[in-house]
Design a protein around this ligand. Structure first.
Ligand code: ZN
Length: 74
């Protein structure tokens, strides 16, 4: 995958977490409850590992969460 900012080849790696990974439009006061929030996008469930591409020059990470089940590493 090429970086959408600079166009260089990105480094493939893995993102893992013991807890669910969530993204929200609002800053969380209690992150442990984020998966229950109405605005939460759950990128991965507990204990999953996701494929993530990294651009060291731009300090950006790209996570494909369009279909998280296919992005999880078995
Ligand atoms: Zn870049």
């Amino acid at each position: 995958m090429n970086c959408p900012y600079c166009g260089k080849e990105m480094t493939k790696g893995y993102l893992s977490s013991r807890d669910p990974l969530t993204w929200r439009t609002k800053k969380s006061a209690l992150p442990v409850l984020d998966p229950l929030a109405k605005d939460a996008v759950i990128l991965a469930g507990s204990g999953t590992v996701l494929v993530v591409h990294h651009c060291e020059d731009c300090r950006k990470f790209v996570i494909d969460c369009a279909d998280g089940a296919h992005n999880e590493v078995k």
